[in-house]
Write a protein that binds this ligand. Sequence first.
Ligand code: DX5
Ligand code: ZN
Length: 218
Amino acid sequence: MKIQQKKVAASLLSCDFARLKDEIEMLNNSENDYVHCDVMDGHFVPNISFGQPLIKAVKAHAKQPLDVHLMITDADKYLEEFARLGADIITVHYEACTHLNRTLCTIKQLGKKACVALNPHTPVLLTEDILPLCDMVLLMSVNPGFGGQKFIDNTFSKIRTLKQMIEQKQLQTLIQIDGGVNTDNAAQLYQAGADVLVAGSSVFKSKNPLQTIHNLKN
Ligand code: DX5
Ligand code: ZN
């Protein structure tokens, strides 16, 4: 599977979990590209979301690839399990991985796309030596842990710097933006160099999620 550009990854964190199957059916019938699943452990981030059983349930119904964002301290321990349960893209946090090179190599050996997430305070320059191993870099545009937060504006300069680094090295690495994405800032984010936009509350709390997904892409 090749990750393509100008894409939307709807984040299930803001969906109605009592209607999970319906929410996934809605995504199946939409222009959404990836199903973004936020796994939180209450240690790396101050919130607990969901884990393996939910990923398995989502995989059983979702037609789009699963984009699993691990906000956990010990990602290495769970990579194989998330791969087996159906993750297509596995994202780990720069700030949580002591041996990031090894972690990314493991994800690739499992046959999955490897993505590194950076918190808002982490400079993109720190990805210099790891970039060739990244299929995608996720820039957090809010502090991770919760949906519905306000977009942090310095994300724009981070996108531009990262884009330059990727082009200089002639890599195919994609840039994903996560947090506070909506129909007001989507076009600007793509323009700055973003390839994949994660959208939680702007999709699932909107009156017409199908239309919102369409608007985010166009
Ligand atoms: C936050 C998660 C996001 C979250 C985004 O820690 O990584 O994926 O669902 O939610 P919104 O789009 O509402 O900011
Ligand atoms: Zn996320």
